[in-house]
Design a protein around this ligand. Structure first.
Ligand SMILES: [Zn+2]
Ligand SMILES: [Zn+2]
Length: 127
């Protein structure tokens, strides 16, 4: 029996092609999920904060009499309740539930209310 090596090579190439297509499908699915049209757009918008940067934004435990400008979370439209963790953005003092704002900030590094960039770095790069 003669094994045609070109045939084996063709199969290998086909398998590689399928793997690449599958990978592209996955990234397209991710883009669709976040409402981006293309992978490039998704990459451009993916300027979210790193976990480490996120953890440096102050968190307060909400209680009545606490002097913060906001009394409810604009993301879930829920009122802050006693004992809830509220993250206060340092540049604009807007407040959000930690669980709500953290989901946003891993995707976007700006305030969802006033769109002010959170880091000095991104502010400078815009100037
Ligand atoms: Zn919330
Ligand atoms: Zn703000």
């Amino acid at each position: 029996m003669i094994i045609d090596f070109r045939y084996i090579e063709a199969i290998k190439q086909a398998v590689t092609a399928v793997r690449i297509i599958n990978r592209m499908r996955i990234s397209t699915a991710i883009c669709r999920r976040f409402g981006f049209e293309t992978a490039e757009e998704a990459a451009a918008a993916s300027t979210g904060l790193k976990k480490e940067t996120l953890s440096r934004i102050p968190v307060v435990v909400y209680k009545s009499g606490l002097h913060i400008p906001a009394t409810d979370c604009p993301i879930c439209i829920g009122e802050f309740k006693e004992g809830e963790n509220v993250r206060i953005l340092p540049r604009c003092n807007h407040g959000f539930h930690v669980k709500c704002i953290d989901k946003w900030l891993v995707l976007q590094s700006s305030c969802p209310t006033c769109r002010r960039p959170l880091s000095e770095h991104s502010a400078n790069s815009n100037a």
